[in-house]
Design a protein around this ligand. Structure first.
Ligand SMILES: NC(=O)C1=CN([C@@H]2O[C@H](COP(=O)(O)OP(=O)(O)OC[C@H]3O[C@@H](n4cnc5c(N)ncnc54)[C@H](OP(=O)(O)O)[C@@H]3O)[C@@H](O)[C@H]2O)[C@@H](O)CC1
Ligand SMILES: Nc1ncnc2c1ncn2[C@@H]1O[C@H](COP(=O)(O)OP(=O)(O)O)[C@@H](O)[C@H]1O
Ligand SMILES: [K+]
Length: 505
């Protein structure tokens, strides 16, 4: 697990390390600068002639230290100081003095010199407003130079909170960020402008955020071994839960197939699909492992019997918004009294039926994509994209349930719990059926007695890993939902083989 702080949270982390651990700010800065130099050398950048562009804040201080370290290693370095003397921080003033004492050339302007590498240390996480005037011109000028571009901590001009470009931003080939990837780097233009990202450890420990519910986090592949439910050698299918999937209207057998197969592949013990009669023979052929039960019209007693049978329920994928679908959802939400994942048309129905919305429980997980989320929370997709965290938190405050807001960077949350931001997955997954697979995976995890919030975070993470495995085989254009299904098996096979090996050691 790794934290993804905002700019303000990162500053608190810096301060806590300085005041509570007694780590001097100048030592953090030295380590920050060392990590930038180390990256430049390990990436074998052509360091024949380096320009380090420094602002007045501590980002500029890092820059002066980088310049000094490179100079001491014998590389030709110039510093271009573009900040204001009057607003320099104490550390930056000191770093500038030290650099000058060591003989680093500090220039007020740069001429026609050709640089092989440009290091951007103008603004870091302290950028607080739109970039304009001279700073704008400098960044525009740097972007036009023909050199490898390295950003210190974050490309200048990018918001560390949202990834928005505040007027103009440095377009980096490499960014060395300190202690933690900042949350803004995952969104918007930041994904293009950060270039290759290196996160350098400089002495600010993750424990600075322990116990705080307001700092977002993500998972990495190494977390899987602690997250996956154990498989008992004495187990029988009953141990891994009975899943009821109420999915697939006429012509939508695919949604039922993808979600049911995903639930099985993620480890569920037994899957029953309750679907429209028309889908029966297709589904029986596609997935003989599933129990197929069908309806021609809404039958309350039959549905209640199935809800009684199930340990967990998934409803909505390909369900349509017919009257039958509305009855199915209404009875499920009101009567299920067990973990319940609601997806797709289930959410569209919910957004039009406020009385039913009020019946949501802590056992429910909603999995809207941005358009479905817009219907649920009453804000447009554009507004959601601009202020995703604000509206997501607001929505979480209005329901007792877990919400998985799907996008290129999916968020998972529950009121009172930190927001998980997914960093697995890729653009090949922007295809019909990918969401049905996710719904099935989350339901499959619920069936293995994983709590809804954890089933949401783990399901989303695994789904992205499965998409990454699919992209490795099929590239960015040709991945189908069925390839993501294959990806689940690939990721879990690798993980369970490792588990078996660990147990044998
Ligand atoms: N010990 C530590 O703390 C460590 C910190 N570290 C490093 O420090 C960085 C954070 O440093 P920071 O907080 O000093 O802010 P930074 O990003 O340099 O910029 C602030 C300056 O920019 C100015 N300014 C802002 N917006 C502006 C605009 N649009 N247009 C014009 N000016 C604008 C602002 O001016 P003001 O708002 O005061 O007018 C102020 O002068 C961090 O990213 C990392 O690199 C590491 O060494 C690890 C240890
Ligand atoms: N560019 C992307 N990067 C990462 N994940 C993506 C990307 N595009 C789509 N996905 C994932 O694929 C799934 C698509 O879900 P959804 O829109 O509900 O699809 P459908 O309704 O067609 O099944 C979501 O889990 C989403 O996070
Ligand atoms: K920078």
């Amino acid at each position: 697990m790794r934290y993804l702080p905002t700019g303000a949270q990162m500053k608190q982390g810096d301060q806590k390390t300085i005041t509570e651990m007694g780590m001097p700010s100048m030592v953090l800065m030295e380590r920050a600068a060392l990590s930038v130099v180390e990256m430049m050398e390990s990436e074998q950048l052509d360091l024949k002639k380096v320009l380090v562009v420094c602002g007045s804040g501590n980002n500029g201080g890092d820059g002066f230290a980088v310049a000094r370290l490179l100079h001491l290693k014998g590389y030709a370095v110039d510093v271009w100081f573009v900040g204001k003397e009057s607003s320099m921080t104490e550390e930056t003033r000191l770093q500038k003095q030290i650099a000058v004492h060591y003989g680093v050339p500090v220039k007020e302007r740069v001429g026609e010199d050709c640089y092989t590498v440009i290091v951007d240390a103008i603004f870091g996480i302290g950028l607080s407003r739109q970039v304009s005037g001279t700073y704008y011109n400098v960044i525009e000028n740097l972007n036009q130079m023909d050199a490898i571009k390295v950003a210190v901590d974050i490309p200048s001009g990018l918001s560390a909170d949202t990834g928005d470009v505040l007027g103009i931003a440095f377009a980096a080939d490499f960014t060395v960020t300190f202690a933690f990837q900042k949350i803004g780097m995952l969104f918007g233009m930041a994904r293009k402008l950060v270039g290759k990202l290196v996160t350098a450890s400089i002495g600010i420990e993750p424990s600075v955020y322990d116990g705080r519910g307001d700092v977002c986090y993500t998972y990495d592949r190494t977390d899987l071994k602690n997250l996956l439910p154990a498989r008992d050698p004495d187990a029988h299918k009953g141990n891994y839960g009975k899943v009821l999937l109420i999915v697939g209207s006429p012509g939508m057998a695919g949604a039922a197939y993808f979600s049911a197969k995903a639930a099985y592949l993620t480890g569920a013990g037994l899957v029953q699909i309750y679907t429209a009669k028309e889908n029966q023979s297709n589904l029986q052929q596609l997935l003989p492992e599933a129990i197929i039960t069908t309806y021609e019209r809404y039958e309350e007693e039959k549905l209640k019997e199935l809800l009684e049978w199930a340990d967990v329920v998934g409803i909505g994928s390909g369900l349509s918004m017919s009257e039958t679908a509305q009855h199915l959802l209404s009875t499920t939400v009101r009567c299920a009294k067990k973990p319940c994942m609601i997806d797709a048309d289930g959410l569209n129905i919910l957004s039009k039926d406020r009385a039913l919305f009020e019946k949501l429980t802590p056992d429910c997980i909603l999995t809207p994509h941005m358009k479905e989320m817009a219907g649920l929370c009453g804000h447009s997709v554009k507004e959601l994209k601009e202020e995703r965290f604000r509206y997501f938190q607001e929505f979480l405050g209005s329901i007792p349930s877990v919400c998985v807001m799907k996008d290129a960077r999916t968020l998972v949350g529950r009121d009172g719990r930190p927001v998980y931001v997914n960093t697995s997955g890729n653009q090949s997954m922007a295809k019909g059926g990918a969401g049905d697979v996710l719904g099935g995976m989350i339901t499959g995890l619920l069936a293995q007695k994983i709590e809804p919030y954890e089933a949401g975070t783990l399901g989303v993470f695994l789904h992205g890993l499965a998409g990454d495995a699919a992209q490795k085989k099929k590239g960015s254009y040709s991945v189908l939902a069925s390839d993501i299904l294959d990806g689940i098996a690939e990721v879990l096979t690798a993980e369970s083989t490792e588990m078996i090996l660990r147990e044998k050691c």
